[in-house]
Design a protein around this ligand. Structure first.
Ligand SMILES: *[C@@H]1O[C@H](CO)[C@@H](O)[C@H](O)[C@H]1NC(C)=O
Ligand SMILES: *[C@@H]1O[C@H](CO)[C@@H](O)[C@H](O)[C@H]1NC(C)=O
Ligand SMILES: *[C@@H]1O[C@H](CO)[C@@H](O)[C@H](O)[C@H]1NC(C)=O
Ligand SMILES: *[C@@H]1O[C@H](CO)[C@@H](O)[C@H](O)[C@H]1NC(C)=O
Ligand SMILES: *[C@@H]1O[C@H](CO)[C@@H](O)[C@H](O)[C@H]1NC(C)=O
Length: 947
């Protein structure tokens, strides 16, 4: 049971008028408060209540979404539309520096990493953006956004430090200029900008903390790059960088995750999690700026060995939204950004060691881009309520007795009284409009009373069981909520739909674009169409007597346009198809969409699998002459004083991502008994060791262990003979760098210590490799992190067009291997899915936690999976929890040949096989979204200098 009861209430209001869209409007007579500092532009302004855009108050109701976690530019509009359909007006996004400057001095933002398509999609959907490029972002990404080569940069990060600051310069200038071009001052969607991120936590000796000199440096970097929109800060509620302080930003905001991140006890909410003091501290910290959540909990991350996002969804699901978001509205929050709203995927090694491949985050839009019925719908009802209530933007907590609810004479406001909860709500009406719709809902069986002042006579046009009367000039309705709908027409022109919560979920408030195809931003002044449908409605447009609706359907669905259809509707198009419809005396138009899917995908076991050994390094005669000599007697990394004769740390040699391999050459003297190794790759990493082609053992790893110490018994070695020790270490990404002073991002990866019995450490000469050519990485299309150092990756065999015909035939990953090693499987897979259908696909590892694998239930093996060259999953059988790996369309070609590949690394002497592997259809949705272009692709070519 939850320790907090959900607030039961009426909370959904929308309105519809039949006039054309209005676009961006300046309100006559608007009083904008004097600014606290000189602005660099006059489009985005603010006072203590809210921001203004072009003089109009805007509720920045926003969802966090990272384009880099969805490397298919053709799907960005899909996410924006799904966020827009929630009623939100904004999106906040981070930028991951590590993906853009893989080599110091070379910044590149092209293809899947380009921002222009992201900005265009936002504009098209009518979404304003808050840009958060760091340079430090945290964000559960490798290094918290810091490129791995920063391990070689001396000194304390996120503090005044010329070497560090200098290292950020190229990135800050380059990304700053890109974002600057997309500011609203240049016609783009970016209205707010956040320098740095969550900058407040330091070790004790770091003083001052946070440091305003460093913060000013970051602010200046971006100002110099042309950022002129207001700066916002994401603080821990201590007033850092609030107006009036050193290195002040323009708008102060906070970061808050009241339920924390333990999905292990999803039914226990922490005591006192519902903060009631935030308004007060806000007034102390920053009385002149709007109460702002730059991040408010929208879900939870989950670590290796965690509970899985389904359980996180229990913890931070719709009940959480009902209680906690409403608590925020009680604080009159007007910059409200929910982290995450679409999480996405840690594809291609971009994640940090504290997380696995899925970054679903239990967000309202799932990793596979489906909307979560309960959580998404609850978020939608709440956002629609506040966005449709103009008085909200100027409301002052606990002081709602103000008689002037709005600042424009064109609007009037009706107070609504709900006797049960004693809460007041305000519904917008447009004085000049011809029709206003109010949708109210409650839980089934609840008693409700609604009073509308000067409502006039009421008639029940649908359903029964609503008592109507008059009190003090107000029309008063009483009912007990049930699943059957009631519709009341009031003499004042208001139509009231009385629903239960589940039915209310099916209603969509679709803003109409103006004559230029642009959406008015704030949600208040544009005309809307209110539609009852099903799974998802994306948009509506009206031209003359034609209404066009675009949406997605997961079943045969009745559609009712309850408000906003032209009065003498001549044509109703749904997803571009003219539909038969009827229109009743109230203007309500009805039609339906039929749903006849014909979807099938090949079974993975039917594919023509090919196999190649991906550990030729242990074979006699293997030539490692092209490998990098590990010859640095000191590390560049100042977080460690190495105790090995030479550095065996990947970043010292430019190997920053994925698997690392080491080859240690020595001449045996017959005294070797064992070898000790301390390897470090980040939480849940593993390492394996061979001498010659003899397997000596593995550190299988576990969720919490960032490093491992193991002593392995050696076979008898032939005195005087040359031997090679091969060590494979799995890098899990760099640690984040949250606490200033710890420099956690510099936690090294590789071999930290070794001892070969009977030898001095210096008897061993080492070679090292990671991804081919390190920071001069091969695959510019998929970026600097996607491929690691496995032999198959160095050869590019994960890429489409790999020469698999010359490999052995095989049963694939479910056939597996019978000794420790690394196998690589590739196959072609044809998809022929019908156009116009959204068919989310995922790879599912079946039965993997049961005792069916050789040995035990916790049989240690890793799998990396690739689709058309993109590494889209790291599966660890003995660690978990992820068993299902969604891959989006656009990485998949739904109408052609795909290349899929699996690297299987057994950390057990007797091998490993994947017990069951399926390609799963996660949903079948008739979609109005249209064609999805493939992400940029590049094919395999024989690689120069590959080894
Ligand atoms: C600053 O960076 C540039 C290249 O980006 C480099 O040439 C220069 O030496 C660096 N200076 C310091 C103090 O690190
Ligand atoms: C279809 O979508 C509706 C609305 O979101 C949901 O209630 C229902 O469970 C979905 N049905 C299927 C088969 O997914
Ligand atoms: C490395 O050694 C130097 C010299 O003894 C010392 O000042 C420094 O603190 C050491 N660094 C670490 C990370 O232990
Ligand atoms: C390995 O040894 C190091 C040094 O003694 C220690 O700090 C670390 O905790 C050990 N790792 C594990 C997983 O026990
Ligand atoms: C409505 O959505 C469809 C599908 O994404 C899109 O092609 C179209 O441009 C959108 N129309 C408007 C006005 O947003």
């Amino acid at each position: 049971m939850h320790s907090l009861r959900a607030l039961s209430t009426i909370l959904f209001a929308g309105f519809a008028v039949q006039t054309a869209g209005l676009g961006f409007i300046s309100k006559p007579g608007m009083q904008v408060k004097p600014y606290k500092r000189e602005l660099l532009q006059d489009i985005v302004t603010w006072d203590e209540h809210s921001i203004f855009v072009h003089g109009e108050r805007v509720l920045f109701y926003s969802g966090e979404f990272h384009p880099f976690r969805l490397p298919v530019p053709g799907l960005w509009l899909d996410v924006f539309q799904k966020i827009r359909a929630l009623g939100y007006t904004g999106v906040s996004f981070y930028v991951d520096w590590a993906l853009l400057e893989g080599k110091p001095g070379s910044f590149s933002a092209e293809g899947i990493f380009a921002f222009e398509p992201f900005f265009e999609a936002a504009s098209k959907a009518g979404i304003y953006l808050l840009a958060r490029p760091g340079p430090y972002i945290n964000a559960e990404v490798s290094g918290g956004g810091f490129p791995g080569w920063l391990q070689r940069v001396p000194g304390i990060f996120r503090n005044p430090n010329p070497a560090f600051e200098n290292a950020t310069d190229l990135y800050a200038k380059s990304i700053g200029e890109i974002i600057a071009r997309a500011q609203i001052t240049n016609g783009g969607p970016v209205i707010l900008f956040q320098p740095e991120n969550e900058y407040y936590d330091c070790l004790d000796w770091v003083d001052p903390c946070p440091n305003p000199i460093y913060m000013q440096y970051v602010e200046d970097q971006f100002r110099d790059a042309g950022i002129v929109v207001p700066y916002i800060v994401n603080d821990n509620n201590e007033g850092n960088f609030a107006p009036g302080t050193k290195a002040a930003t323009d708008i102060y905001g906070i970061d808050n995750y009241p339920l924390g991140f333990d999905c292990g006890s999803p039914y226990t909410w922490p005591a006192n999690a519902l903060a009631t003091y935030l308004t007060e501290t806000h007034l102390e910290n920053s009385p002149t700026t709007p109460f702002s959540y730059i991040e408010f909990q929208g879900g939870s991350f989950d670590p290796w060995g965690g509970w899985g996002f389904q359980q996180c969804l229990e913890l931070v699901g719709y009940q959480f939204e009902r209680v906690f978001y409403k608590n925020n509205f009680a604080s009159a929050v007007t910059i409200f950004s929910i982290y995450m709203t679409y999480g996405g995927t840690n594809w291609g090694n971009l994640g940090h060691p504290g997380g696995y491949t899925s970054y679903d985050y239990a967000a309202v839009i799932k990793e596979n881009l489906m909307v979560d019925r309960e959580k998404y719908s609850e978020a939608k009802l709440e956002a629609n309520f506040v966005v449709a209530s103009p008085a909200y933007l100027t409301s002052v907590p606990a002081n709602l007795s103000n008689t002037s609810y709005t600042t424009t004479s064109r609007l009037s406001v009706t107070p609504l009284l709900d006797d049960e909860s004693d809460t007041k709500f305000y519904v917008l009406r447009q004085s000049y409009g011809s029709k206003t719709i109010l949708i109210v809902y409650g839980g089934e069986g609840e008693q409700h009373e609604l009073a509308v002042s000067n409502g006039g006579e009421g008639t029940l046009s649908e359903g029964d069981g609503v008592q109507m009367g008059k009190r003090n000039g107000a029309t008063v309705l009483n009912w007990s909520t049930s699943s059957s709908r009631r519709v009341v027409q009031l003499g004042c022109g208001l139509t009231i739909y009385i629903l239960d919560r589940n039915s209310a979920y099916n209603y969509w408030v679709l803003k109409l674009p103006n004559e230029n195809g642009l959406y008015a931003p704030s949600g208040q002044e544009a005309s809307t169409v209110i539609v009852k449908a099903g799974y998802l409605m994306r948009n509506a447009t009206i031209s003359g007597d034609t209404l066009n609706l675009v949406g997605d359907f997961n079943a045969t669905t009745d559609i009712e346009v309850v408000g906003g259809a032209p009065n003498n509707l001549a044509t109703l198009n749904v997803n571009g198809q003219a539909s038969e419809f009827t229109q009743d005396e109230y203007g309500v138009a009805s039609t339906s969409v039929s749903f006849n899917p014909d979807i099938s995908v090949p079974s993975l076991s039917s594919l023509d699998w090919k196999y190649i050994d991906s550990l030729p390094e242990i074979k006699p005669g293997y030539d490692d002459s092209l490998w990098r000599n590990a010859d640095l007697t000191q590390s560049y990394n100042d977080k460690i004083n190495i105790t090995t004769p030479v550095s065996l740390l990947g970043a010292d040699y430019g190997f920053l991502t994925g698997t690392l391999l080491f080859r240690g050459h020595f001449t045996a003297n017959g005294n070797e008994e064992d070898i000790f190794l301390e390897t470090q790759g980040g939480s849940a990493f593993g390492s394996s060791v061979w001498i010659g082609d003899t397997y000596v053992g593995s550190w299988a790893g576990y969720d919490a262990a960032a490093n491992g110490n193991d002593t392995y018994t050696l076979p008898n070695l032939q005195s005087g003979s040359e031997y090679v020790i091969t060590v494979v270490v799995d890098q899990q990404g760099m640690d984040e760098n949250y606490v200033v002073g710890e420099n956690e991002m510099k936690s090294p990866r590789g071999i930290l210590r070794y001892r070969l019995s009977g030898h001095a450490a210096s008897d061993v000469t080492w070679k090292i490799t990671g991804n081919l050519h390190g920071e001069d990485y091969e695959d510019k299309t998929r970026g600097p992190l996607n491929e690691g150092g496995l032999y198959a990756e160095r050869q590019g065999y994960h890429l489409p067009g790999a020469p698999i015909d010359s490999w052995s035939s095989s049963g694939g990953p479910t056939e597996g291997i019978d000794s420790a090693g690394i196998a690589f499987y590739g196959a072609e897979l044809e998809l022929d899915l019908p156009s116009g259908w959204d068919v989310p696909l995922s790879f599912t590892f079946v039965n993997s936690t049961s005792a069916n694998a050789p040995g035990s239930s916790a049989y240690a093996y890793h799998v990396q999976l690739y689709v058309n060259g993109f590494q889209y999953g790291k599966y660890k059988n003995h660690i978990g929890p992820q068993t299902s790996f969604p891959v989006p369309q656009g990485i998949w070609d739904y109408h052609g040949t795909n290349y899929i590949a699996f690297a299987l690394w057994s950390l057990e002497a007797d091998g490993a096989k994947v017990e069951g592997l399926e390609l799963t259809v996660n949903g079948t949705i008739l979609s109005g979204y249209g064609d999805i272009p493939m992400a940029p692709m590049s094919n395999w070519e024989q690689r120069q200098g590959a080894y």
